[in-house]
Design a protein around this ligand. Structure first.
Ligand code: COA
Length: 312
C-alpha cells in the first residue's frame, strides 16, 4: 500500500483586491506587478475572518471530496505562520468545529513550504501504521501581518486555505518520494519583524528560490526512480511566475502542465500549493495515474517537494 491524497479542497475569501486597487495605496503600477510577478489580483479576508475560519471551510471540502467523516480523522496538521492565536492552535480550533473528536491536532510552521512539511509528516504516521486518516491544512492570513505601505511586499500576498486528506492508497499510487530542507542561515531574508510586519529581501529570496525549486523538483523525480519526461503535472508554490517558470523549464514540461493560480490569488503562503493543486483537480487538469510534482519554498528558509502518482 502507498500513502496518497484521497480528497482535496480549497477556499479563498470573496474580497478581490486588484493591482489597480493597490495603485491607489502605494507607489506601484499594474504593469510592474504583472510583468515582475504574474499577479493580477489577490483575495483579502475581512477583519472578522481569521485563519481558522478559512481552514475550516477548506477542511470541510477536503473531507467531502475524500468521502470521510470528521470522526474518521486521526490527526489534524495545520501548516500556518498566521494562526488566530499562538494557542490554542488552529488545528485544535477546527478539530472542535469539524467535530473531529478522535483526532490529535497540532499546528506546524514552515511558512510557504508548510503544506509540504505537513503532508510528509502525515505520511509518516500512516506509513508507520499509527494512523489511518490525516487531515493536512495549509492556511494563512498574511494580510494581518502585511505592511500596506510597503510596495515591496504588499503587492505579492493574499489570503486563503487549502486542505487534503491523506490515507492509504493502492500500491504504486500516492507519494513516491519527497525532499524537505531548511537553511536557518537564510532566515533574515524573510521574516516577521518585531513590529509584527512581514519583511522580505526580494532579491535574495528570488536568488534562493530560482536555484532551489528546480533542484528539488529534479531530486524528487530521481528519488522516485523516474525521469523528468515522466512528470505529467507540476504544482509549484505560487510566489512569482518567473520562479515557477525556472522550475517548469528544468522539468521541461509545457506551460499548460503547470498550475498557475498566482494570477488570481497572489502568494498564499502555506495555502498556495494546496489551493493550486485543488484548483487543478477541479479544472480537470490532473487525472488518475498522472505523476505530479509539488514543490515549495519559504521563510526559514525552508523548502519541500513531493513526487506522487495521483489516484486512490
Ligand atoms: N512597484 C514598483 N516598483 C517596485 C515594487 C512595486 N510593487 N516593488 C519593488 N519595486 C522596485 C524596487 O524598489 C526596486 O527599485 P530600485 O531599483 O530603485 O531599488 C525595483 O523595483 C527593482 O527591484 P528588483 O528587486 O530588482 O525587482 P525584481 O524584478 O527582482 O522583482 C520581486 C522584485 C520582489 C518581485 C522579486 O525579487 C521576487 O519575486 N522575489 C522573491 C519573492 C518571493 O518569492 N517571496 C515569497 C517567498 S515565499
Amino acid at each position: 500500500m502507498g500513502v496518497g491524497i484521497i480528497g482535496i479542497g480549497h477556499y479563498a475569501p470573496d474580497n478581490i483586491v486588484t493591482n489597480a486597487d493597490l495603485e491607489k495605496i502605494v507607489d506601484t503600477t499594474d504593469e510592474w506587478i504583472r510583468t515582475r510577478t504574474g499577479i493580477e489580483e489577490r483575495r483579502i479576508a475581512k477583519d472578522d475572518e481569521d485563519s481558522s475560519d478559512m481552514a475550516l471551510i477548506a477542511a470541510e471540502k477536503a473531507l467531502k471530496s475524500a468521502g470521510k467523516t470528521a470522526e474518521e480523522i486521526d490527526l489534524i496538521l495545520v501548516a500556518t505562520v498566521t494562526p488566530d492565536k499562538s494557542f490554542p492552535s488552529v488545528a485544535c480550533m477546527i478539530q472542535d468545529r469539524l467535530g473531529a473528536t478522535n483526532a490529535a491536532a497540532m499546528d506546524l510552521a514552515a511558512a510557504c513550504a508548510g503544506f509540504m512539511y505537513g503532508v510528509i509528516t502525515g505520511q509518516q504516521f500512516i506509513e508507520a501504521g499509527a494512523y489511518k486518516n490525516v487531515l493536512v491544512v495549509g492556511v494563512d492570513k498574511l494580510s494581518k501581518i502585511t505592511d500596506w505601505t510597503d510596495r515591496n511586499t504588499c503587492v505579492l500576498l493574499g489570503d486563503g486555505a487549502g486542505a487534503a486528506v491523506l490515507s492509504s492508497v493502492s500500491e504504486g499510487n500516492g507519494i513516491l518520494s519527497f525532499e524537505l530542507g531548511a537553511s536557518g542561515k537564510g532566515g533574515p531574508h524573510l521574516l516577521q519583524k518585531d513590529d509584527g510586519f512581514l519583511y522580505m529581501n526580494g532579491r535574495e529570496v528570488f536568488k534562493f528560490a530560482v536555484r532551489q525549486m528546480p533542484e528539488s523538483c529534479m531530486n524528487v523525480v530521481e528519488k522516485a526512480g523516474l525521469k523528468k519526461e515522466d512528470v505529467d503535472f507540476l504544482v509549484p508554490h505560487q510566489a512569482n511566475i518567473r520562479i515557477m517558470e525556472a522550475a517548469r523549464q528544468r522539468i521541461g514540461i509545457d506551460e499548460d502542465k503547470m498550475a498557475t493560480t498566482i494570477k488570481y490569488y497572489g502568494n498564499n503562503s502555506s495555502a498556495s500549493i494546496p489551493i493550486a493543486l485543488s484548483q487543478s483537480i477541479e479544472d480537470g487538469k490532473i487525472k488518475d495515474g498522472d505523476v505530479v510534482v509539488l514543490v515549495g519554498f519559504g521563510g526559514g528558509l525552508t523548502w519541500g517537494a513531493v513526487a506522487l502518482r495521483w489516484g486512490k
